[in-house]
Write a protein that binds this ligand. Structure first.
Ligand code: ING
Length: 301
C-alpha cells in the first residue's frame, strides 16, 4: 500500500519581462514550503518557466526559440533539481522543449525524489491556431510554436506509484485519461495555462472556464479510478488573465484540495493509492467490462 503526500504548486503570473532566474526562485520557494508541509511529490504548471508566450504572434525564429529550453536540467534549472534532491521531493513541471534536431514541443518532465528525470511527456492536444487570427480578442498560437507530442501517453512507476502526465488542453479529451487508465495509472499530473476568457469572444467567462476544467479533471479521475492533480499558472500576464482553480481529485472524483487565489499557492493532499484499487477492480475493471469490438470509431476517425 503506497501513500504519498502530493502538493500542487500553483503559480501566479509570469510577465514577459520576468527572468527565468526570478521564476526558478519562486518555484524553489514553493518547494521549500512544500517540504515544510510534508509534500513528497510536487506538481507545477504547464510552461512553468516562462510567461504563456503562445499568446504573442512572432515571426522571428530566434525570438521564438528564446522561450525554449535546449537542455533539461540546464544551467538555469539546475538549482531547482538540486533543491528537489536536497529536500527529497519528486516533481513534475512543464516547459517549452527545443530538441537537438530543432523540434519544438510543449513538454513536461517527471522526477523521482533524488531529482533524477524518470519520464517525459510532450503535449498531444494542441489548441489554438497557426496564423494570426484577427477575429480573436487575443491569440492562442500553440499550433504555430509546437508540434503535437510524439511520445504517446506513457506511465511510469515512480516512488511506488503508477504516474502519468498530461498538459492543459489534454484534460478536455477523455482519450487522454483512458489511454493512461488502461495502463493502471494511479496519479495523473496536469499543469495548465488557461485564459480566464474565451479569445473567440463567446460569452464564456471565468465561471464557465473554471467549471469545464474541474468537470474534466473530476471525470478523468472517476472514470479511470485515479488521483488527478490539475495545477494552474494563474493571474494576469501582461494584461491577459489566466484562471486559477488548481485542484487535487481523488479516485472517486471528489476534490480533496483546492487553491483559493490566482497567486503562487501551495495545495496539499495526502494520497493513499490503495484507494484506486476498488474502482479498478469493480466498476472500472476494464478487462471485464469494456467491449472494444464496438469502439473502433474512436481510433478510426
Ligand atoms: N489552454 C487552454 C486549455 O485547454 C483552451 C486552451 C481553453 C481551449 C478553453 C479551449 C477552451 O485549458 C491551453 N494551454 O491548452
Amino acid at each position: 500500500m503506497t501513500q504519498l503526500v502530493v502538493g500542487g504548486a500553483q503559480m501566479g503570473a509570469i510577465q514577459r519581462a520576468d527572468s527565468r532566474k526570478a521564476v526558478i526562485a519562486r518555484m524553489i520557494a514553493l518547494m521549500e514550503e512544500a517540504a515544510s508541509r510534508g509534500v513528497e511529490m510536487l506538481v507545477y504548471p504547464e510552461l512553468a518557466l516562462t510567461t504563456f508566450f503562445p499568446r504573442w504572434y512572432m515571426e522571428d525564429a530566434a525570438e521564438v526559440d528564446a522561450w525554449f529550453e535546449r537542455e533539461m536540467p540546464g544551467p538555469q534549472t539546475a538549482p531547482l533539481f538540486e533543491k528537489a534532491r536536497e529536500l527529497g521531493i519528486a516533481m513534475t513541471f512543464g516547459y517549452a522543449e527545443l530538441t537537438p534536431e530543432g523540434r519544438h514541443f510543449n513538454t513536461s518532465i517527471l522526477t523521482n525524489r533524488k531529482g533524477e528525470i524518470v519520464g517525459k511527456y510532450r503535449k498531444i492536444h494542441l489548441p489554438g491556431h497557426v496564423e494570426y487570427d484577427t477575429e480573436r480578442a487575443f491569440q492562442h498560437l500553440e499550433k504555430r510554436y509546437f508540434e503535437p507530442g510524439d511520445l504517446g501517453f506513457p506511465v511510469w512507476r515512480n516512488e511506488g506509484v503508477v504516474m502519468g502526465m498530461a498538459i492543459c488542453n489534454d484534460r478536455r479529451w477523455p482519450e487522454t485519461f483512458r489511454c493512461l487508465g488502461l495502463q493502471g495509472v494511479e496519479l495523473v499530473t496536469i499543469g495548465y495555462n488557461t485564459p480566464s476568457v474565451n479569445s473567440q469572444m463567446s460569452a464564456e467567462g471565468l465561471k464557465e472556464r473554471l467549471f469545464h476544467s474541474e468537470l474534466s479533471l473530476q471525470a478523468g479521475a472517476y472514470q479511470n479510478a485515479t488521483y488527478v492533480a490539475g495545477i494552474a499558472k494563474a493571474g494576469v500576464e501582461d494584461g491577459h488573465p489566466l484562471m486559477g482553480g488548481s485542484i487535487i481529485v481523488d479516485p472517486n472524483g471528489f476534490v480533496i484540495a483546492r487553491a483559493e487565489t490566482e497567486e503562487d499557492e501551495l495545495i496539499v493532499a495526502p494520497c493513499d493509492f490503495s484507494a484506486c484499487a476498488f474502482g479498478k477492480s469493480t466498476i472500472f475493471d476494464f478487462a471485464r467490462h469494456r467491449r472494444i469490438e464496438h469502439y473502433g470509431r474512436i481510433t478510426s476517425q
